[in-house]
Design a binder for this molecule. Structure first.
Ligand SMILES: Nc1nc2c(ncn2[C@@H]2O[C@H](COP(=O)(O)OP(=O)(O)O)[C@@H](O)[C@H]2O)c(=O)[nH]1
Ligand SMILES: [Mg+2]
Length: 236
């Protein structure tokens, strides 16, 4: 008999109290058998305590608390390590603000067994962005242009964080080598995976701007991101 494939959803949270309860229940609705790991960076709004409360009531939900806001990238790496330690086959990362809607999970779960990385893509037919400010859309387009032309990545959406990784494929890269701590983790991670010759698929997703809570993508994060991308470009 084929062994059951095990999925872990990694949710990094910083001040997502208003989203977490409904997000977890929607994830469970669309993907009942997956486990969920919340990585909270000591959110001042009490997201971490709420996550504990949900985990106490629901099996298959785990929480890691980090002492301070240490960045989305390091949070995801922590999540991937947890998934590896616990013997999951796949780790799925998504934002915790409904921009990555759980309704797309079945498409990821279906494709995952045939690929090393499944990417939720805004820039293929059927995908898109809704209610996202023009400046965010421009930055996203520029970053993706850079990834295609300078970094020579053959994917349409290299900056989105809605992804499913086959954990066996990740052993081909050294996670300690990833230097982006924040948002550019997404591009950097994909670059190393791309160069190690893994098999990618893209599924269309419509990214919808958050309705609740605040974005953490501020100017310092964007400037840091630009430097990280230039560093990646120079390293070629
Ligand atoms: N644990 C943790 N989560 C973070 C951090 N920065 C952002 N996030 C989470 O990463 C996801 C994406 O962040 P968000 O603020 O929505 O960025 P945007 O969608 O690009 O505007 C959300 O689930 C955030 O709560 C961080 O430093 N630590
Ligand atoms: Mg968001």
């Amino acid at each position: 008999m084929k062994p059951l494939r095990r999925f872990l959803i990694v949710l990094c949270t910083y001040n997502e109290r208003e989203n977490l309860t409904s997000l977890v229940s929607e994830i469970r609705r669309f993907a009942p058998s997956v486990h969920i790991l919340v990585i909270d960076d000591n959110s001042p709004d009490g997201t971490g305590e709420l996550a504990e409360e949900i985990a106490r009531k629901t099996p298959g939900i785990f929480v890691i608390h980090r002492a301070a806001k240490l960045g989305l990238g390091t949070g995801i790496i922590r999540g991937l390590e947890f998934a590896r330690e616990r013997g999951y086959d796949f780790a799925l990362t998504m934002d915790a603000d409904f921009s990555h809607h759980p309704k797309y999970l079945p498409a990821f779960l279906k494709l995952a067994p045939q690929y090393d990385v499944v990417i939720g893509s805004r820039y293929i037919s059927g995908g898109g962005s809704l209610n996202w400010p023009l400046w965010r859309r421009l930055i996203s387009r520029t970053v993706n242009f850079f990834c295609r032309i300078v970094l020579q990545m053959r994917v349409h959406d290299a900056s989105g964080g809605f992804r499913c990784y086959r954990l066996a494929g990740l052993t081909r890269i050294n996670l300690d080598r990833v230097f982006s701590k924040g948002y550019t983790f997404q591009e950097e991670m994909l670059l190393w995976l791309h160069r190690s010759g893994l098999k990618f698929a893209e599924v269309p997703i419509v990214f919808e701007n958050r309705a609740r809570g605040k974005s953490k993508a501020d100017l310092p994060e964007i400037i840091k991101g630009a430097f990280h991308l230039l560093r990646l470009g120079l390293g070629r």
